[in-house]
Design a protein around this ligand. Structure first.
Ligand code: NAP
Length: 280
């Protein structure tokens, strides 16, 4: 039986807004599945309250925290250390204790790679087009660079693509049909890291001419509301392997769970809960 008592270990997520987060449902289901006396809560935290919230994490010695919009960068100077992933991506989504040090990590990058591996994709050395240049694109670029991929980054705002390209040794482009057309036949994979296709703008889609990609290419969309975006529908119709945004969401949570508890996360339980919440 799952009870909360004087021994319960507290974890959670800080965000603003945070009430839409799927993380409490995923983590609490995982704790229940493994009969762990842990709980995961959502803390609505305004930007101005973040320093006090982190002081509270220290004072109460909360065992683990996730950070979501808009705190992923702002939390960095409030910590004692950063993992290489957090430092290189420039964003923190997970806090954990290393002795007396409160350390920031980024599990989005490794979560993305796990999602690819789960679908049988091994991207090492491949040529990959990243669409977008925001926080998610930086995590994907870091993950793929670790796999020695050749990266092309296309973004609506060219200047942001250029910034990302400088940081991750990529080729920058404007995200226009004319700029993308000549390189599509060289790609092994393409990842949508923009907000295009996300509810309520489900008709919007990056400008990819799918027929130009090789038969063996894969397409990944980080958007998970809805799971079947127009982007993935186009790739599917072309016969390409597709990866939706749920895998990364589940694995970034699973990696945080493992960091805190030291035990393997019950992936299928976490996925089932997320699917239920998304109405799949
Ligand atoms: P972000 O930092 O705000 O970046 C948004 C990106 O989308 C920018 O590149 C932006 O281009 C582009 N964009 C937004 N509206 C656009 C439009 N109308 N036309 C063209 N480009 C547009 O956001 P983020 O944190 O990187 O998140 C991006 C997406 O990834 C979101 O849909 C988010 O839900 C998803 N995500 C999923 C996971 C997961 O676990 N599956 C994890 C993280 C994020 P500009 O630079 O030109 O503004």
């Amino acid at each position: 039986m799952w009870t909360i008592d004087a021994e319960t270990i507290v974890t959670g997520v800080l965000g603003h807004p945070v009430r839409h987060s799927l993380s409490p449902a995923m983590h609490n289901a995982a704790f229940r599945a493994l009969d762990l006396n842990w709980v995961y809560l959502a803390f609505e935290t305004t930007p101005g309250a973040l320093p006090d919230a982190i002081a509270g994490v220290r004072g109460l010695r909360l065992r683990g925290l996730n950070l979501t919009i808009p705190h992923k960068q702002a939390v960095m100077p409030l910590l004692d250390g950063l993992t290489d992933a957090a430092q290189q991506v420039g964003a923190v989504n997970t806090l954990f204790w290393d002795g007396e040090q409160l350390v920031g990590d980024n599990t989005d990058a490794a979560g993305f790679l796990h999602a690819l591996h789960e679908r049988g994709i091994e991207p090492t050395g491949q040529t990959v087009l990243i669409l977008g240049a925001g926080g998610a694109a930086r995590a994907v670029a870091y993950a793929l660079l670790q796999q020695r991929c050749q990266l092309i980054v296309a973004n609506r705002t060219l200047e942001r693509a250029q910034q990302l390209a400088r940081a991750f040794t990529a080729t920058p482009l404007a995200m226009t049909p004319d700029a993308l057309k000549p390189l599509l036949n060289q790609l092994d994979g393409v990842v949508n890291c923009t907000a295009l296709g996300m509810t309520p703008n489900t008709d919007s889609c990056p400008p990819i001419e799918w027929e130009r990609l090789p038969d063996t290419a894969w397409a990944c969309d980080l958007v998970y509301r809805p799971l079947q975006t127009r982007f993935l529908q186009g790739a599917s119709a072309r016969g390409l392997t597709t990866i939706d945004g749920l895998g990364m969401l589940v694995y970034q949570g699973a990696l945080a769970f493992e960091r805190w508890t030291g035990v393997p996360a019950p992936i299928s339980t976490m996925r089932a809960v997320a699917e239920q919440a998304l109405g799949v």
